[in-house]
Write a protein that binds this ligand. Sequence first.
Ligand SMILES: *[C@@H]1O[C@H](CO)[C@@H](O)[C@H](O)[C@H]1NC(C)=O
Length: 260
Amino acid sequence: MLSKFTKHLIITAKLKALHLLLIFFSSAALEVEVGGGRKVSDFSTVRMLYTIGIRGIFWRFELHRGGQKLLIPILLSRDLNPVLATGAFVVPTSIYFILKKFVFKPYYLKREKQKALENMERTATQVQEARKAAAKAQQLLENVANRKRNKQQETGGLVITKAIYGNHKALKKRDELRETNDELASQVLDVTLPLNFLVNDSGQLKLHDGVKKSGIMGFCDPCPGEPKQLHVEYTYHGESYEVAVDDYEELIIPQIAHRV
Ligand SMILES: *[C@@H]1O[C@H](CO)[C@@H](O)[C@H](O)[C@H]1NC(C)=O
């Protein structure tokens, strides 16, 4: 057990919010404790700790639920047999990492995906309306946007060749988007036209920082609650450029740094 005088230094590293690593060093008891924990529900956490010190080698299982705590200490050995000491650490650690890779992680990924799907279903009508409004706005901008684009094209200025806005995960899988992936495609919006509309006479485009992009005319929010990005491909003086910015990030193009 972790006695009163055992708490001299606690290093807590938070790994992916769910996995805690605790290391206790005690000068008085000469004990090192290493362990990991995992939240199994909103109220309960399980932890396993490995302790090695002058009192021997222990495993300790802990179940925290609400305010209650169940401790199961297992004494493995009174003396510090190096083989046992190593094995008692390595075996459960390996099992943990194997479980994490093949059981916990797939489970959490699945649950996250499920949540995203539920969110999509919940906001489907809202998104549908917003898309309609955006399409209407794009229609209004179309003539001017095309005129500007043609003018830029003639002078070798700034032409937005492809711009998409939406779920950053969906944008990352852009290649799949070109094929038919409805679930991903429904979370992005083509904004090539409104961006060409925003290119000014000197062949530049600026979107201010701190302003979310779904509010720009011809845009809408295709995935409420999800982190979004704007991905832009453009040409300038006949060269190709590419850039991605977060929803609230500033965008100034053209820029040499974006050249591909
Ligand atoms: C075009 O936009 C850039 C960047 O915001 C600005 O520096 C420039 O003065 C603008 N040019 C015109 C003609 O509005």
